[in-house]
Design a protein around this ligand. Sequence first.
Ligand code: P5A
Length: 441
Amino acid sequence: MRLSQYFLPILRDDPKEAEIVSHKLMLRAGMIRQEAAGSYSWLPLGFRVLKKIEQIVREEQDRAGAIEVLMPTLQSADLWRKSGRYEAYGKEMLRIKDRHDRDMLYGPTNEEMITDIFRSGVQSYKDLPRNLYHIQWKFRDEVRPRFGVMRGREFLMKDAYSFDLSREAGQHSYNKMFVSYLKTFARMGLKAVPMRAETGPIGGKDSHEFLILAPTGESEVFFDKAFLDMDWSAFEIDYDDVGAVSKVVEDFTSKYAATDEMHDAADFERRVPTAARVNGRGIEVGHIFFFGDKYSEPLECKVQGPDGKMVTLLSGSYGIGVSRLVGGIIEASHDDAGIIWPESVAPFDVGLINIKAGDAEADAACEKIYKGLSAKGRDVLYDDRNQPGGAKFATMDLIGLPWQVIVGPRGLKEGIAEVKNRKTGARENVALDRVVERLAG
Ligand code: P5A
């Protein structure tokens, strides 16, 4: 993509309405625009990151055996009346009437709808277990939407729902999601610590939140420092191996970690040596629940069991805040100059800076690198605009692409370009005809 033809509305100054760094940087980098309180348009750069995150979430859900569907954003109130949540949900639910005066709502979550879909599509225990998920916009009329996409009113969530015949089978479904979450967040360069959690309006007894550590996080957290030294990404897992999956869950739940709602100071002191006690703040990027028959009982989601008798199914639901993750990753990865994207979610792989756009030699050298890298499948944002070098450097640092290639008159004389790593700041001189090879990935 040539920057001269792109849509990247960069802000020079810090926007006043933004209180935390990710919100500031997302506005400054032209990633989002606020349309109403807690509601944002995703501009091209932000949209690319959102889609990358969504794709990682999708791949890890698929790998863990979940099956993708897509349910509508608008739901009829009928199923919610059956589950009792239409009244219970309160003001957070956006209620709408259609032209026939029927009660509708903009879905804050989908337990009722998916349970009804599943009920009408399965008859026998042989159709179990199943886990269905979708990645869809939700609306929650939060009292205080703030921090940009971190606490929006309209936000993108991945929500999965498992259906099982027995408590043991349901536990395995829960454990599979638990492990897949560790892998999902690790692929985005995050350590998301699982913590026992309250279940709130979703219900049930068993629940874990996954929190990434950041000083601006909304939750206060207490945990064992040993978490940070664990192996978060390298483990390969066979999701059908019940014991192996359960072992990973045990490893991660044996150490102390709790949000302030669930924190037990005496237990913390008993289990964690003083030097290893961490008290910080965290951002909740995922939340998983096991609530058994809370929805399948009122919505009559049953199948015929092996002995011919009807059995009410047991379920859990598993959420990831896809749009919140965009802000969360920035909170975890930035410096004074701007965002530092992990390669896996970066909107482009390489930013190519032509310091002397309009100069025939500089243009030709950049064109060659741009075309060469693009041909190798690398996404390049080529700053071909006629602007001072300083502004171009600041823009590239702000938008945080993992690699920068800088082509200027001085280097050209020697036949070299400068390659800069955004994260480490390390710079190296690379011969012009070796740049593509160096960054081909
Ligand atoms: C689990 C999936 C649920 O809704 N039902 C379906 C369950 N859980 S949850 O914890 O309430 O939400 C799941 C994740 O969504 C993100 N999230 C938000 N992101 C941005 N703005 C919001 N207002 C918001 N509310 C929830 C969080 O990451 C949460 O873990």
